[in-house]
Write a protein that binds this ligand. Structure first.
Ligand code: COA
Length: 169
């Protein structure tokens, strides 16, 4: 896992322009449409000055092949006012290029993300998925996150909730 750089914009566009990647991300999913949008996203991800949270590129050791995104970030609470206020909880998330699905890369990156969070003292990390996103739910379960059922607590959406604590990872 490493910081995104401007040179990664083609990969970011290729990954996030695919509906199969975007369909379960956010409350109003849409695909990325041009390189400028990818470049702006990379700039936003690089600008997060935080020792624990981040949005990282995941690449294969040895080859440098880009695989996807691993993120740790404050998760917004459900609410009436936009932008939604932070809930106080930190979420972990994974977005991988379809060419990299089915190899355990998201699982490996997720484990590293949790280890990073707990090494920096976070008492808890949550993951939320669209109820239909079974692939993501399997990643959360595989890395030892505990399934708590459905919640409306975040994003003004009904999500499957997974929780991890340092002792369980
Ligand atoms: C969610 C997402 C990252 C899961 O990708 P994935 O490839 O299924 O997950 P992993 O990289 O952990 O790979 C696990 C799969 O590879 C298989 N696999 C092969 N080799 C493996 C290995 N060495 N270790 C672990 N799993 C391995 C597993 O059996 C598993 O398949 P299964 O779930 O069908 O049993 C992917 O579907 C995605 O990017 N979706 C779009 C973005 C998205 O929705 N993100 C989540 C938002 S909440």
């Amino acid at each position: 896992m490493r910081a995104w750089t401007a040179a990664d914009a083609d990969f970011v566009l290729d990954m996030y322009s695919r509906w199969e990647v975007q369909r379960f991300i956010g409350t109003a999913p849409r695909v990325m449409t041009d390189l400028a949008e990818a470049q702006a996203a990379i700039q936003r991800w690089r600008a997060r000055p935080d020792p624990v949270c981040g949005v990282w590129a995941v690449e294969r050791v040895g080859t440098g092949r880009l695989l996807g995104t691993l993120l740790l970030k404050p998760i917004p609470a459900s609410g009436d006012q936009l932008p939604l206020a932070p809930s106080g909880d930190i979420e972990i998330g994974w977005h991988f290029h379809p060419d990299a699905w089915g190899h355990g890369y998201a699982t490996e990156a997720g484990r590293r993300g949790l280890a990073h969070a707990f090494a920096h003292g976070l008492p808890e990390v949550v993951a939320v998925t669209n109820p239909a996103n079974t692939a993501s739910q399997r990643v959360a379960a595989r890395i030892g996150m505990s399934h708590q059922g459905r919640t409306d607590r975040y994003y003004n959406a009904t999500c499957e909730l997974f929780v991890a604590h340092p002792s369980r990872s």
